[in-house]
Structures are given as structure tokens and as C-alpha cells.
Write a new protein. Sequence first.
Length: 285
Amino acid sequence: MRIYVAYLATDGGADAVAMGVRLARTLSAALDIGMVLPPDVQAPLPSGEVGQALSEQAGRWLAEARDSVPDDVDVETHLAVSESAAEGILAEAERVGAAAIVVGGSGGGLVGGHTLGSVVNELVHSSPLPLVLSPRGLRRSKVERVREITCALGRRAGAPHLFDTAIRAAERSGCPLRVVSLIALDHASTGTAPDDQVIAEATAHAQASFDSARDRLSANTDVSWTIVSGPTVEDAVNKLDWHDGDLIMVGSSRLAVQRRLFLGSTAAKMLRVLQVPMVIVPRAS
């Protein structure tokens, strides 16, 4: 297994490398750190060899990123060229056979622990691979491995694939798996069913998910389930206990085409308040 880190020589890039290292250790994976440059920096400009200088500088940045990776993690660096940064990242991740792409914040976009720049926004709405969003400041954490995987499970079309992905991650890593149903009562109350019926249906669904996970996981892997409700998604997710080293897995929106991501409104609301990494899983083919 390989993890591709889309790198920039910024604090957000350092956060992404730190998250990549954490995932590589957790999943016994190798790490690829890559930068994508536009074509016009590859050729000397009339005023001088500015393009060559930028390429050389990018190489130095990648070397510094590589040097920041601990010796117990296998790492390679890559410099690519593409008209589109997002397309270049996706092409490089596919070329190296990555199982997921890790990105960091870039100062702008959503409030809270996560920020989405323009390139990350493109990836969030186009990647065929799971996309790992590293929150700001993760580079300062001393946690070496993922502590617990939380799977935010709903009842829409992509839920079974998300659940399968979370189970595989828990099984490979040995991390505890927490299955969570989030209920925003302001949204639920607009339907035909009263809140108590919505909660009862969510409870039954969560119990079935728990039973399924328990039957499929080894005896050495812990799985739990919980239901949290609140006036909004943000209120509900804030009722959960979160620790340094946790991550949350969510499914792509129902608006996504097959094998592509699309950040749904529920996941976007979670990003506003969460300080832990989020893994967005694309729809199955």
C-alpha cells in the first residue's frame, strides 16, 4: 500500500506530510511526497533561467520534506508537470499506485480546523481515490499512529461502500472502529416522521451496522456504535468525544458520479467544527 501526499512548502504541506506519516505507520504503507509544477517553469524565460531555478527550488523543498519523514517510514519524492495542479496530483497518485491522497489546509475557506484552497476544492469534487484532509496544526502533534477510526454512517446509497472501507481500514490497522449516526433534528423534523421515530429508525440501523461489523472483524478489533442528535449537524458532531490521533471517515455526496468525490452538505458542516483529519471516500463503481 502507498499513500500520496500532495505537497507544498507551507505549514499546510507540513501538516499533510505529518498526516501521511501517521497513516503510513498505521497501515504499514509506504509514502510518496509529490509536487506539481506548471509547464512554464520548466523552460528558461527570456529574462533568464527563472524556470530552471524554480524547478531546482522545488527539488530542494521535496528533499526537505523527505528529510522530515522518520526513518521507520519508506518514502519517495516526485516532481511532476501539469497544466492543472489537481489533475497533476490525481495523475501522480494513480501512477504510483496510491490508495489515498493526503492534502493539507491552505489558509482560506472553511472555519474551524480545516481550510480548503482552490486545488483541494477541485480534488474534493473530482478524486477517484479517498481524500484525506489534514487539519491545521497537525504537524505539531506527537501522536504517531491513528488512535481510533470513526465512520459517520448514514442510510444513503453510498453507505455500504463507506462501511466496507472503514472495516478494511480497521482490520488492517488494528484500530478501534466507532460507527456513528448523526441526526440533525432541525432537518429531521421537516419530514413526515417525528423526531422520536427518526431516532428509533437510526438506532435500528446503527444496531444492524454494529452487528455486521462485529461479525466481519477479527476478535482483536474493537467496534462500537453510537447515535448523537442535536439541533444541527455541528451540534451533533460536537457531542462526540474526540482525541488527538482520531480520524473520521465520511462518504461522498449522492451528487457524485461513480468513483468520484463530491463533498456533501453534511460533511461540509462537520469540517466547520472538527479538529481531526477527515477521510472522504468516493462512491463505488
